[in-house]
Design a binder for this molecule. Structure first.
Ligand code: HQG
Length: 183
């Protein structure tokens, strides 16, 4: 793993889960002050400057971070476990979305439904391939086909993050089924 990848992982820890790891705090909308963040990261012994941060934000594969228009603030677009309001856009979802998980979670998911677990929302993808990659992070992947259109009709809210991830609250069993990845 390159230096920039390691920094990006640390950035995601700080901006989504534990700002204290860099000795900073986030405002209610999840923003960190860029100067404070850089100083905080530097104090952990990591090497970073404004240009490197801008490079990480610009090249991040999943476009995880955004600067404020004047570039004085930075936040993660989604994926938080701490309660911040990143002003997600509520949107009507497509009829079908996908959730990638690991086979070892399946029994529990079938019983309890899909829960946000440590994050604020359940994360859904618009295609099977992306969902499979998400699931692979946890083990042998399995993909669930989520009837998001039906959920929306039934009054559930959906949000689309600035980087194209669909987010919603708990998905009850009955709104999803397992996709056969071998077909
Ligand atoms: C599972 C990555 C047992 C759930 C990705 C998932 C995504 C249950 C795991 C983003 C359950 C939580 C989020 C239940 C759900 N019983 N297990 N009732 N309900 N689960 O990492 O969706 O690289 O918090 O299926 O691309 O895997 O971080 O969520 O397997 O967008 O930017 O509990 O993280 O993006 O795992 O991933 P996670 P996720 P980043």
């Amino acid at each position: 793993m390159g230096k920039q990848d390691k920094l990006s992982i640390f950035l995601s820890l700080v901006l989504r889960h534990n700002p204290d790891a860099a000795g900073i705090s986030l405002d209610e909308h999840g923003w960190a002050n860029v100067d404070e963040l850089l100083e905080g990261i530097c104090k952990t012994g990591r090497e970073i400057d404004k240009e490197m941060l801008a490079e990480i934000v610009a090249t991040d594969q999943k476009q995880r971070y955004s600067f404020s228009p004047d570039k004085t603030l930075i936040r993660a677009n989604q994926g938080h476990s701490i309660p911040v309001d990143v002003e997600l856009k509520e949107e009507k979802p497509p009829e079908i979305l996908y959730h990638g998980t690991a086979t070892r979670f399946l029994d529990s998911i079938m019983k309890e439904g899909l829960k946000p677990m440590s994050r604020l929302y359940v994360h859904l993808s618009k295609d099977i391939e992306t969902a499979k990659t998400v699931g692979q992070r946890h083990g042998k992947p399995v993909v669930l086909k989520v009837h998001s259109g039906k959920m929306h009709q039934d009054g559930r809210k959906f949000y689309l993050s600035a980087n194209g991830v669909w987010l919603t609250g708990k998905v009850d069993a009955g709104y999803f089924e397992v996709v056969d990845l071998c077909k």
